[in-house]
Design a protein around this ligand. Structure first.
Ligand SMILES: Cc1cc2nc3c(=O)[nH]c(=O)nc-3n(C[C@H](O)[C@H](O)[C@H](O)COP(=O)(O)O)c2cc1C
Length: 166
């Protein structure tokens, strides 16, 4: 029963996840100031580049996220690309907890979104548009500022596990 899709799709849900896992990705923590609701941070790997001119990217947010409603009202984000020594941080921002930010070093970006320190790279962006798709929403955002150059390699995710470049 667990492996059935509720949408009527005949594709086995486990098979679908297994196939998606064959696409190796980096790992990011998407952050937002969250306004009165407080800082938001969610581990994501659904990042994609969309357009070079204007500079657009996209990422997907599950409608089940605790802070989903706040995120849908958020205009500014930081996409923090994690380093390979930040697996614990990835796990911290992937678990439901009122205390996701405990012990996390960060500074405020120029768009008010928190920039996690250290990081492999950062994209500061402003929401461009969104599209509800199934149980996720695709957020398209325009990148306004970038930081990169960290020597530490990035954290990778492949077949449901963290991996290293080296
Ligand atoms: C490697 C990895 C990638 C993830 N990618 C996404 C993603 O792209 N979109 C998303 O909504 N959730 C993603 N998640 C799950 C969220 O991080 C997780 O559901 C969320 O942080 C749970 O916290 P919450 O219950 O407070 O919302 C990912 C988790 C991991 C470990």
């Amino acid at each position: 029963m667990d492996n059935e899709n509720t949408s009527g799709s005949s594709l086995d849900a486990r098979e679908f996840r297994n196939a998606l896992g064959c696409f190796a990705t980096g790992v990011m923590v998407m952050t937002s100031s969250g306004g009165n609701d407080g800082l938001i941070g969610v581990t994501i790997n659904s990042f994609s580049s969309v357009s070079l001119d204007p500079p657009l990217i996209s990422f997907c947010l599950a409608d089940s996220l605790t802070e989903f409603d706040t995120l849908m009202k958020s205009e500014h984000f930081a996409l923090n690309v994690l380093r390979e020594d930040q697996q614990d941080l990835s796990n911290q921002f992937a678990k439901t907890s009122p205390d996701k930010w405990r012990g996390v070093a960060y500074r405020e970006g120029s768009n008010s979104a928190p920039i996690i320190e250290p990081n492999h790279a950062v994209l500061l962006c402003t929401k461009h548009s969104h599209l509800a798709c199934g149980d996720h929403v695709i957020i398209v955002a325009q990148v306004e500022e970038v930081e990169y150059g960290d020597e530490e390699p990035p954290l990778l995710f492949y077949k449901g596990q963290y991996r290293r470049l080296s």
